[in-house]
Design a protein around this ligand. Structure first.
Ligand code: NAD
Length: 380
């Protein structure tokens, strides 16, 4: 029998919507031991959180997350607020005995992340971090191909995450929608926001990273702060590039910027192995490009695999429409909820757990430290 799982959502912006959509749809497409119940949504403005609750079907609202955590009718807390609030809420939620689903990046830095890991581990509560790209079917399939040994020894991993929305010097920092430009709310710029995704996928697919050498740049040094109204120093990295060595001996090359005119969310990765290579592009997310050196010579070429088949061969797809019909960005969140609920039923953790996501945080710290020192830096 399907049991209810009462959700308390904190933050109703971009991710609040993506997660609410996932909770609402998941049981329509997956047979699961639990059914999320949209019990309460919390944000500071009663008027707008009420409108959100009506749109998405939440039963109640709160305007103080502490009140939400006191409620006995909440099983799981979903943290969809800016990064500087993750730690305090996650630790308090764990102490209140709630399961915690936290948006990425786990924390502002690895030290905070460690405290969060200890809190969920001591409380023994289920936890996961929303690195959703792992659950795009083509990316999950990349993992399967690597685990099947099809690439052989891996030599290179390269990834980019390119955007162009902060080029204007008139854009203020801080406040709703612009907290990503304010280091006190975001922790860092593209490193924690965008490269964290690339790093999570990379360590999932290619194993741990030993050391890094990085450079960052802040192109616009001062911006007006939305909250103080004053022109203030910009503390985030606008662009970051780093090289690294993976533990398996392969070399990594990563780049992210919000100053790549023409690119909105160009997340791509490519992995080159001894026997085969794979490529993936978020703008074409249902396709996995695959080159197999073992193919007959005259037919050897890059294949563009439309990851939409149903025979159980293409991950997650048998739950959706008919072969050949695509799914999109929002489905990666549905898949994460499905895996979380499945894991709960089996008493198994859902990757990435806080502890696994801490690894990404340590790499982000090493990248930022290396950019400051100009030195190769070990991942702590
Ligand atoms: N997994 C992904 O692909 C992905 C994509 C975007 C954002 N994120 C992460 O999700 C988190 C939220 O990002 P977003 O894009 O949804 O931001 P957003 O600005 O769209 O929404 C943030 C929400 O937090 C609320 N909020 C702020 N302070 C609060 C407080 N004290 N109490 C209650 N609510 C408060 C705001 O009202 C708003 O509803 C961030 O950690 C971000 O890094 C992840």
């Amino acid at each position: 029998m399907t049991k209810p799982l009462n959700i308390g959502l904190i933050g109703y912006g971009f991710m609040g919507r993506a997660h609410s959509n996932a909770y609402r749809r998941v049981n329509n497409f997956f047979e699961l031991p639990y059914r999320p119940v949209l019990k309460v949504v919390c944000a500071r403005s009663a008027e707008s959180v009420k409108a959100f609750a009506e749109t998405w079907g939440y039963e109640s609202i709160e305007t103080d997350w502490r009140k939400l955590l006191e409620r006995k009718d909440i099983d799981a807390v979903d943290i969809c607020v800016p990064n500087n609030l993750h730690k305090e809420i996650a630790i308090a939620a764990a102490k209140a005995g709630k399961m915690v689903l936290c948006e990425k990046p786990l924390s502002m830095n690895a030290a905070e992340g460690e405290e969060m890991c200890q809190a969920v581990e001591q409380a023994g509560v289920a936890n996961t971090v929303w690195y959703n790209y792992r659950r795009v079917p083509a990316v999950t399939m990349a993992k399967q191909l690597i685990e099947e040994g099809r690439l052989g020894r891996i030599f290179h991993y390269r990834a980019n995450f390119l955007q162009d929305w902060t080029i204007s010097a008139d854009l203020p920092q801080g406040g709703a929608g612009l907290w990503r430009l304010d280091a006190t709310a975001a922790g860092s710029g593209v490193t924690g926001d965008l490269l964290a995704h690339c790093i999570d996928t990379a360590i999932w697919l290619n194993g741990s990273i030993n050391n890094v050498t990085a450079m960052t740049e802040t192109f616009i040094k001062e911006r007006k702060h939305t909250i103080s109204g004053k022109v203030e120093k910009v503390g985030i990295d606008d662009a970051c590039a780093f090289l690294c060595r993976f533990n398996n001996g392969s070399l990594g090359l990563f780049e992210s910027t919000r100053y790549a005119r023409g690119h909105k969310a160009l997340y791509t990765f490519e992995i080159n192995g001894e026997k085969a290579s794979i490529k993936w592009d978020l703008h074409d997310l249902h396709r996995l490009e695959y080159f197999d050196h073992g193919d007959e010579g005259k037919l050897r070429a890059w294949r563009s695999i439309h990851v939409t088949d149903h025979g159980g061969e293409h991950p997650y797809m048998s739950h959706w429409w008919v072969p050949g019909l695509q799914i999109g960005y929002e489905h990666s969140f549905v898949h994460q909820v499905a895996d979380f609920l499945e894991g709960l039923g089996k008493g198994q953790p859902t990757s990435p757990t806080f502890r696994e996501a801490l690894e990404t945080q340590k790499i982000c710290d090493a990248v930022l430290n290396s950019a400051k020192s100009g030195q190769w830096t070990d991942v702590g």
